[in-house]
Every structure is written in C-alpha cells, then in structure tokens.
Design a protein around this ligand. Structure first.
Ligand code: ADP
Length: 854
C-alpha cells in the first residue's frame, strides 16, 4: 500500500516536471519563429528609432552650438567701445582681435547702408549677401551659406546689434563667416566619427551647407538632391519623389538606398531655427551588426532568464518535495516513538499487573494457609513472616509506581535534613548482606579515605537510590559473584560536599546498544530479562530522576558477561554539627588481622588517622608472631581487630591470642558487616567487642567509649510510657485499618475509642468531659465529613481542650500540599499510611515536646 502511494507520488512529480519543461520548450520555439518573422520589420523599426535618436541628438547638439555662436556674436557687438569707433583703423583692429579670439573665419560690421566693415577693409555687402536686407530691416538673425561676400563653403551667421554711429553712418549688424570644414568642430558634428555614420547639412534645396569628409568621396556634386536623383537606387518601398516631398513639407523620416555601392539607411530631420536639414546616413551592415548584437544579447538574456527561472522553479520544487519527505519521515518517527512508548506502557502494565499479583497471591495464600492452621503457632508465625515479606515487596512496588507518576507529573519534592551517612550505609549493608548470603554472592561496602559522616540532604531518596542500584546488582549477579558499594568523598568547598557512590557487580552486564535506554521509564533490556528476573523497569529512571533532582548525576559502564558499575555523584551540605576533630587514640598499639585487600585496609587507615599505632597482618601465624614480639619488646598491643570469618576456628584463635599476649588486658574486637552475626560470634568465642563496617570516625569513638566504660546507656524507648494510659480516639472509615490501629494502640497501653467518620468524631469529642482525650488519630478521606473539616470543627468548639488535644492526621496522600492542608485545618502533625506503631509514638512524642517548649 505504502509502496503504491510512493510510486504514485513519484509518478505525479515526474509528470509535473515534464509538463513544465514542455511548456517552456514550446514557448521558446514559438518565440524563435515569431522572432524570425518580425525580425526584418524590427530591423527597420529599430534602425528608424536608432537613427532618429542619433540624428535628433546631433541636431540638438548642433542647435545648442549654433545658439552659443550667436551669443558670442552678441557679446562682440556689445563689446564695441567708443575707442574702437575712433576711426577705421581702430575698428579694423577691434574686429581682427574679435575674429581671432572667437576663431571665426571672417567677421564684419554692417552699417545701415549695407556697407560691411571687416579687418581686411570695407566692401558694399548688400548685393553680396542674399537676405541682408531683412537683417537690416530689423530681423534678428541670419543664417546662410555660400554668400558671395566670402568664398564658397562658408556659413554666414548674422545678428542685429544695438546701433552705434560710425563715421557718417550707423553700424546695425554683425556678421561672421565660418568655413564648413571647421563646422564639424565648431558646431559639434564630429561625433560622426564615433558612430560610424556621417551627417550632412543641406538647405531645403539640397545645397550642401556642410558636407562630411566621407560624403565628399562618394557624393560627387554640390547638391545632395541632384546626387540622390542621379546616383542612388532607392530600396523597394522608398523613392526619390517621396523623399523630396517629405523634405519640402518639413517632415523628418527614414529612407533606404544604395549609394556609391553601399547600402545605407538615411534619416533626415529639419534643424530648428534654420532653413536647413540634417541628413544622417549609416551603413546597413553597421545597423544590422548593432541589431544582431542587440538581438543576440536579448536572446542570451532570455535564455539566461529562462535557465534561472527554470532552476529556481526546479530548486523550489525539489526543496518542497525534500521538505515534504522530511516532514513525512518526522511524522513517521513521531508515530513510531508514540507507538513504542505506548507499547512500553502496555508492556509495563501487563508486567506491573504480574508484579503486583505475585506478592498479593502470596499474601492471600498465606492468609488462607494460616486460617487452616490456627492452632499451630510455628506454622502461623511462618505464614505471618511470609505475609510481612510479600506486603513489604508490594509496598515498595506501589511506592515505585507512585514515585514514577510523581516524577512524570513533576510533583516530586525533596526533604533535606541532617542525617548520619554511617548509619544509612550500615542499614543498607545489613539488608544486602543477608540477600547476598542467600544468593551466595560476596557483598562488601567500602569506604575510600575519610568520608564526612554527618551530612544534610534527602536521606530517604539517597537510600532509595542505593537500594535500587544494589537490588539490581544482586539480582543480575549469579552465585559466587561479587557486589560492592564504594563510597568516597570527591571534593568539598564552603557549601557542598560531593560524595561518589559506585555500585559494582560482576553480573551479566548490559549490551552497549541498550546502555542508554536503561534509564528510560518502562524499559528493560529485553523481554527475556523480564521473564528471568522480573522487575518493572522503573528502578533506574526513578534513581536517575532522584539523583538529578538532588543536583547530582548518574552514569553506568558495563561489559556483557563481566559486570556493571553504576556511579552516582551527589552534593550534600555539611551538617551544622560539623566534623568531630577529636582523635580517639593516644598512641596505643593496635594489631589489625586479616583486613588485607586494598579496600579492607580502610580500617587500618582509619585507626592510624585516629592516632593509634597500627600493624596489619594477613594470616593467623603472622598475628601470633607479632603479638609475641610485641610482648617481648615490652610494648604489647592493647587492641586487636580480627575479621570475623577467618578460616580457622574463631574460639581457638581468640584463646591462643590471649595466651600469647600474656596480658589479660588485650582487647579483642571482631569486625564484619552484619551486627547479628558479629554479636553471635563474639559471645561464642569470647571477644570483647564488635565493630561493624563501614567504619566512620564516630564508630571508633563509640567503640573506645564503650571499652572504657564511658558509653552512655541509650534510654529505653518510651513505647510503653508515652501512650500508656492515654485516651486515644481513632477516626477511620476502613474497618480493617481501624482494627489494626486499635490493636496496635492497645498493645502500647492506650485506651481506644473509635469513630467511623468526622461527624461521629466531633460528636464524641463534644460529648466527652473536658481533657478526656489525649490524642485523636484522624483519617482524612472519609464519607459524611472528612478529617480536615472534623479537625476544624473540633478546634472551633467552645471548650478548653478544643485547642490543646493532639490531632494527628493519618493519610495515604503524602504530598506537601496534603500535609499543609491538614496543618491548616488545625491538626498538629501528619503520618503517612501505611505506618507502624513507632511512627505514631515518634510523632506524638514530638508534638508533646513542642507543646512543652511553648
Ligand atoms: P527492573 O530491574 O525493575 O526491571 P530497572 O530500571 O532497575 O528495572 O532496570 C532496568 C533494566 O536495566 C533491567 O531490566 C536490566 O535489563 C538492566 N539492568 C539494571 N541494572 C543492571 C545490572 N546491575 N546488571 C545488568 N543489567 C542491569
């Protein structure tokens, strides 16, 4: 289906491109044909436009220059001073100077009688200049050619002037002569050289006013029209008569002809302000060359534009299709991701349901079994133990799910507090030591160097992180394997102490391609793992989230078949109590037996730091030898630390050591990881004390205090006293929970009354005498009236004990806002469900203490 669609798309695209190409090709071909057809007409039209433009320009140039000549002549007439008019000599001198300055061929002043005064002398001019009488009669300007006053080929320009008296007449006009050979330069006509054309100026009769040098060679004669009439073949459509008629009518136009063997275009235009015509001709080849060049340029331009257009459209189209493809891929990827997330979630659900059902089955089965053996206490205890185990497992599963949903909804919160890292690690050690033994795995907790004991951070989350990592390590490591938790202080500054926790195992390892996804929620390496090891795939994502929430990070390195190392770096604030810098030892000699591996040497390291003189030995023989030598040297050992599970019989070894020491004062201390085991072995073999790893400064301090009899005896827990005799009301709508709470409280010596909802609780409290109730344990979610409303109602009652009676909320909702809601309603504290008796006692005690402090 998909392939079919793809083909369809490709096919459509191909058709589109082909049509585009075809249309462009057809357009180009038609353009070429039309171009050919119109080209002849176009050539003429273009020539006309071209020549018209050129001739008009030359003509306007000519006129401008002519005007400038006239203004020069005016200037001369105005420049005549009285001095110049003193006598004929002075006038001649003036005129000669003016002629020279202005580069004129001739110059003369005319008086009212028609006499011309020139630098060469005086001549009567009237008969020699055809239109002079008009000028004398007041006409402003005169332009003519070939007047007999001067030689032929001379243009005459004349203008009236402000009359001045001279001798017996009045000078009233200035005339100048410019030789036609100078006219090109003088009147700006030399541009013909640049344009490969030539320009002639003729009178309306065809007499040359100015004949270009080139025309001189091919146009033999003095009248252009006579030449055209006799020497020229007009092209078809043009003839001599029309040409003459156009000129006679003062029109401008184009004609084509062959003259002197050359095919030329001819453009004629009247020169404004004169009676003359400017006729420009240009060789056909030149025009054609220009046009061919122009059309070639146009074709090249069109082809270029076409290529650019085509490339742009194609590029646009390609880009569009590329983007469309990319979008499709992204959509597909998105879809796949969503599907895979969905798959992971449904796998997770079925896995989860399996995980929850297993302990639930266990609980139900054991309850059933217990019912059948009510009279057999041993069997009954066994069933109850298993029920406890399954419930704990179930609770941790549910906690995981809740944690994950809190993480996903961004509701997870940290509760930083001061805690004892040593105590936390020892509790973990105890739990995993037992698990490791049952799986025949070697499990060790190692400290590297000195590690700060009291820190501020979220101990609960740290515990969860380490528990998750250690559970996995133990789960994925086969019998005879090794699992270790390594703790070291990385660095510290004024505000933070960075601690590194590494969990190493020699288990199955993780394949490199899966290593990144183990931190993704609902993901396990493969389904085989689920079948073999169970699990939800939530542990590591939760761990990673916690670590990052605490400001730290987690990483993993692993090799399939060799094992994995998960490393968590976390920052903690230093505790307010600070580090106890007082050293426990005062130079006593100490022997450490069988703590020999690099990591086990930590005890020796710590003892040396505490100011003991430490010797370490690896075997029993060496130990005895050392003790003997010490006695002989007069400086016997005072303390001897022995790892509890050395190979020889512990009882025998301790006896032998004591004998060798010859000193009843040698204190023998057993070291190990499990306090119960240590206690059992110590009492069996007669050791003096025990020391449970991992060892911090305070452990050595406590041991020394214990040995020297300084250890303060811990006060007995006040379980029995705090609640003994107290009147407690339990408000709870769930019968089973109510029963459990009542039974536990009664065991602790309390007198218990119950209420099934808030309303009943308020009624009972109101009905009781003042000061009757010491404590009310209030469920929050209840029918009729919820816990918060009930607490508010009780606090609002007009009686002495309404404010003082302790009310503690019991709720399964343990988000900060839930706790705050309880406190706002007037309750004193909050405990989360499920709870144990100690939680009630601890919370109640704290509330009482606070009330006393107030
Ligand atoms: P769970 O263990 O409940 O399935 P986790 O999130 O803790 O979930 O672990 C996810 C997956 O990571 C495990 O299913 C396993 O495939 C892999 N894994 C985690 N820790 C280890 C380890 N120490 N050795 C080998 N594989 C591990």
């Amino acid at each position: 289906m998909n392939i079919h669609k793809k083909w369809n798309r490709k096919y459509k695209r191909l058709i589109f491109v082909s049509i585009l190409f075809l249309i462009t090709a057809v357009l180009c071909t038609s353009a070429a044909v039309i171009y050919r057809k119109v080209s002849a007409r176009t050539v003429t039209n273009i020539s006309r436009v071209y020549l018209q433009e050129m001739t008009t320009q030359i003509s306007s140039h000519f006129q401008t220059n002519l005007n400038s000549q006239f203004s020069q002549i005016y200037t001369i007439s105005n420049a005549i001073s009285e001095n110049d008019l003193k006598d004929e000599e002075s006038l001649k001198h003036f005129l000669a100077q003016a002629q020279k300055d202005n580069d004129f061929t001739h110059i003369a002043l005319i008086n009212s009688k028609g006499i011309a005064y020139s630098p060469d002398g005086t001549v009567p001019a009237l008969s020699k200049i055809s239109n002079l009488d008009k000028l004398l009669d007041g006409s402003e300007k005169l332009i003519s050619v070939n007047e007999s006053i001067w030689e032929s080929n001379t243009i005459l320009l004349g203008t009236a002037m402000t009359p001045v008296s001279f001798q017996d007449g009045r000078l009233i006009a200035v005339i100048v002569g410019i030789h036609t050979s100078d006219i090109g330069v003088k009147l700006g006509l030399d541009s013909e050289k640049d344009t490969n054309s030539y320009t002639n100026i003729v009178t309306r009769n065809g007499d040359f006013v100015m004949k270009s040098g080139f025309s001189e060679e091919i146009l033999q004669g003095t009248n252009l029209f006579t030449i055209y009439e006799q020497q020229v073949d007009f092209d078809e459509g043009y003839d001599y008569e029309s040409f003459r008629a156009a000129i006679a009518a003062g029109k401008s136009g184009l004609t084509l002809m062959t003259v002197g063997g050359q095919h030329v275009y001819l453009y004629y235009v009247p020169i404004q302000g004169t009676d003359w015509y400017m006729i420009t001709s240009m060789a056909y080849e030149t025009v054609n060359d220009q046009i061919v060049y122009l059309s070639q340029f146009m074709v090249a331009l069109s082809v270029g534009i076409f290529i650019i257009l085509f490339s742009t459209v194609s590029a646009f189209f390609l880009l569009l299709s590329h983007r469309e493809k990319r979008n499709r891929e992204l959509l597909l990827m998105e879809k796949e991701r969503a599907e895979s997330a969905n798959r992971a979630k449904s796998n997770f659900l079925s896995q989860m349901s399996h995980e929850i059902r297993t302990p639930l089955n266990g609980i139900m089965g054991m309850v059933e079994l217990g019912k059948n053996h009510l009279a057999e206490p041993e069997r009954m205890r066994n069933c109850l133990d298993k029920i406890t185990l399954s419930s704990t497992h179930l609770l941790s599963l549910i906690n995981d799910i809740l944690d994950m949903s809190k993480i996903e909804s961004g509701k997870i919160e940290l509760h930083p507090e001061q805690f004892d890292l040593g105590r936390l690690l020892r509790a973990l050690t105890t739990v995993f030591h037992v698990q490791a033994i049952s799986k025949q795995i070697d499990f060790q907790v190692f400290l590297h160097g000195e590690v700060e004991e009291y820190l501020v951070g979220d101990a609960l989350r740290l515990n969860q992180i380490l528990t998750n990592l250690l559970s996995n390590a133990v789960k994925f490591t086969p019998a005879q394997g090794h699992v270790s938790l390594n703790v070291e202080e990385l660095r510290r500054d004024e505000y933070w102490i960075w601690v590194r926790f590494s969990v190493r195992d020699t288990g199955r390892g993780i394949a490199p391609e899966n290593i990144d996804s183990v931190f993704e929620a609902f993901t396990q390496e493969n389904s085989g793992i689920v079948r073999q090891y169970g699990g939800t795939g939530l542990g590591l994502p939760i761990t990673k989230n916690f670590a990052e929430l605490m400001g730290g990070s987690i990483s993993v390195s692993s090799e399939v078949g060799a094992g994995s190392t998960f490393t968590v770096d976390l920052p903690f604030a230093p505790a307010a109590v600070g580090r106890d810098t007082e050293r426990c030892g005062n130079g006593q000699r100490v022997l450490v037996v069988n703590q020999v591996t690099e990591l086990e040497k930590h005890l020796a390291y710590m003892l040396a730091k505490e100011n003991f003189q430490v010797d370490s030995v690896s075997g029993e023989e060496d130990a005895l030898h050392k003790i003997r030598a010490a006695v002989q040297s007069g400086t016997p050992y005072e303390l001897c630390f022995i790892k509890w599970n050395i190979s020889v019989d512990m009882r025998l070894f301790v006896q032998v050591i004591r004998k060798e020491a010859k000193n009843a004062g040698l204190i023998i201390i057993l070291t190990g990881q499990d306090q119960d085991e240590l206690n059992d072995t110590a009492s069996l073999c007669g050791a003096d004390a025990t020391l449970c790893r991992p060892v911090f400064h305070s452990d050595i301090a406590e041991l020394m205090a214990e040995l020297t009899g300084q250890k303060s005896v811990q006060p007995e827990q006040e379980i029995s006293t705090v609640l003994a005799g107290a009147q407690v009301m339990v408000v709870e709508d769930n019968d089973i929970n109510l029963e459990i709470a009542v039974a536990l409280l009664q065991d602790a010596g309390a007198f218990v009354t119950t209420a099934a909802n808030g309303q009943e609780a308020v009624a009972q409290f109101s009905g009781a005498p003042e000061g009757f109730y010491h404590l009310i344990l209030m469920d929050v979610q209840m029918p009729v009236m919820d816990g918060c409303s009930a607490a508010q109602a009780i606090r609002a009652l007009p009686r002495q004990d309404a404010k003082s009676t302790v009310i503690i909320a019991m709720t399964a909702n343990s988000f900060n806002e839930d706790v705050q809601k309880c406190l706002d309603s007037g309750m004193n504290a909050h405990i989360g469900k499920p709870f144990v008796m100690n939680d009630i006692i601890d919370t109640y005690t704290k509330v009482l203490q606070k009330q006393v402090e107030k």
